[in-house]
Write a protein of this length. Structure first.
Ligand code: XMP
Length: 508
């Protein structure tokens, strides 16, 4: 499978570079600058990312380009461009003023393959504190802006290009064209990395890896584990055994509905109702992290008990996706940070199973595209993310079955209304929170003293940052009315208007 390697020097935009290439159906992998593997026959080119560091710093990130230089096309972006200049005899100095934001690029050498199809003047996005004062010997200028003379250059005798601006961000209006110029004519990529191809290749690989063994997979009702299950089902058929645990903390009727839809998809699913166990262990616990720990432990134990009944199981499949595994380069040192996978932390070590993760190379929207290519129902593919600990972290304070029941009803009204009004797909994640306060109200002629719930709906791309959605007032009015009228025990509804940061999506 042909691919581009991206050396990450710690820029906030590195993942965007990968996204852009993948949008053009070119497969790529991100590596910390000091862990880039030697190229194999599949590698078609290398991109050096930006960085918050300065090439002039004593501890500036360094990369050994010997395995690539002269053999494969290289594109340096921002820090990458400065690094290529400095290490080849050019000069990099602090910019007289920090250059940040839009700039107009004037193309000087329109015949260069990297500049093909770009307008003579085109808007680009700059974000840098240093500037390339002098080009290295053997390099020539391709484009400039009014403030940055050496905004794009290339080496005369080597397939090495460098640009000071960021083609991967939206504000570089012809950034996609420039990246396409690099990956298609220059690197020679065929752009054939499509969801259909991914399915075909992954199923073949899974067949080979897993052989005749049995595989166990924990389904959560979410998109990732479901897509992973369907891929494995294609590869190993009935040797895939799925386990779906009801923690009693799922949405209203979710356990029954999701279990039925999994069965409709032909999956071999064992459903385990463990709500009593979770409720018993959570009794009286109010600390959010303590709740997460208990739920994690109960999940592992329940899962283990069900899994131990499956004979000849050698593999544990997980729905881990790319943002969970990609290592981000730390410019202050090589120690790479890896996010742990919330839902299944601790499972593999305890189970002595080998792990298989068919989605570990995909971003979330790619998982959805693969789901479509596998013919999965839209109702499953388009589901909002839902946290592993479920409603437990949306009930502030201790958990009781009665509180879960109240919150499930509120959540159902909110989500059903979003669907009915065509708003569900416009929102990234939505849910309700049961607050630990009661307030005075009046219903009929009676004074009430009941619970308050908060509604939350956010827009986001990856959950790292989020903004509250401006749901129509009429929608909120109608939903609030319906909740207070129908859900016994609730007499007040509020809407959360906080963004992340500084707030978070979940309240706990
Ligand atoms: P926060 O609240 O950190 O949430 O802004 C970001 C995203 O992560 C989800 N989330 C979790 N998912 N286990 C999970 O599996 C957890 O403990 C957990 N906490 C938050 C949250 O729903 C949102 O999508």
């Amino acid at each position: 499978m042909e691919k581009i390697l991206i050396a990450d020097f710690g820029s906030q935009y590195t993942q965007l570079i990968a996204r852009r290439l993948r949008e053009m159906n070119v497969y790529c992998e991100i590596y910390p600058f000091n862990k880039v593997p030697r190229p194999d026959a599949d590698v078609r080119g290398v991109i050096l990312s930006g960085s918050p560091a300065s090439v002039r710093d004593a501890g500036a990130p360094q990369i050994d380009l010997t395995p690539f230089s002269g053999h494969l096309p290289i594109l340096g972006i921002c820090y990458g461009a400065q690094y290529l200049a400095q290490t080849n005899g050019g000069e990099v100095l602090p910019s007289p003023s920090r250059e940040y934001g839009r700039a107009m690029l004037s193309i000087g050498d329109a015949s260069d393959p990297l500049m093909q199809g770009l307008d003579a003047q085109t808007q680009v996005w700059m974000s840098h504190g240093d500037t390339i004062q002098t080009l290295p010997a053997g390099a020539h200028l391709l484009a400039s802006t009014s403030d940055v003379k050496n905004a794009a250059y290339r080496f005369d005798k080597l397939p090495v290009w460098a640009i000071q601006f960021h083609p991967e961000v939206y504000h570089t209006l012809q950034g996609m064209q420039l990246l396409r110029n690099f990956i298609v004519p220059i690197c020679g990529c065929r752009q054939d990395w499509t969801p259909d191809n991914f399915v075909e290749q992954t199923v073949a690989q899974l067949k080979e890896t897993v052989g005749d063994d049995n595989v166990i997979l924990g389904l959560s009702g979410g998109v990732d584990s479901s897509v992973a299950a369907i891929l494995l089902k294609r590869a190993v058929g009935d040797r895939l055994h799925c386990i779906f645990v009801d923690s009693g903390l799922l949405r209203y009727n979710e356990y029954e509905e999701v279990l039925a839809s999994y069965k409709d998809m032909g999956l071999n699913v064992i459903g385990v109702d463990a709500s009593e166990r979770f409720y018993a262990d959570l009794k009286g616990v109010t600390d959010p992290e303590e709740k997460r720990k208990i739920i994690g432990r109960d999940f592992v134990e329940t899962f283990n008990e069900a899994a131990s009944k499956i004979e000849n199981a050698r593999w544990l499949a997980q729905g881990t996706i790319y943002p969970d595994v990609v290592e981000s380069a730390s410019v202050s040192g090589p120690a790479a940070k890896i996010k742990s996978h919330h839902n299944v932390g601790g499972l593999p070590e305890k189970m002595h199973l080998k792990v298989v993760e068919p989605l570990r190379l995909l971003f979330k929207d790619e998982v959805r595209r693969v789901g479509v290519s596998l013919g999965m129902p839209q109702s499953l593919i388009g589901r909002h993310p839902f946290p592993g600990p479920g409603l437990a972290i949306r009930i502030i304070g201790d958990i009781t079955p009665e509180k879960v029941h109240i919150l499930q009803q509120v959540d159902k009204i909110f989500i059903d209304n979003l669907r009915r009004e065509g708003l569900y797909d416009k929102v990234w994640q939505a849910g309700a929170i049961l607050l630990p306060i009661q307030s005075v109200g009046v219903m009929g002629d009676e004074r009430t003293y009941e619970r308050c719930v908060a509604l939350r709906a956010v827009s986001s791309v990856d959950g790292m940052t989020a903004d509250w959605v401006h749901l129509p007032y009429e929608f909120l009015a109608q939903t609030s009315n319906e909740i207070i009228n129908k859900v016994k025990g609730v007499n007040r509804v509020v809407y959360d208007i906080s963004s992340k940061p500084p707030a978070t999506i979940e309240w706990e």
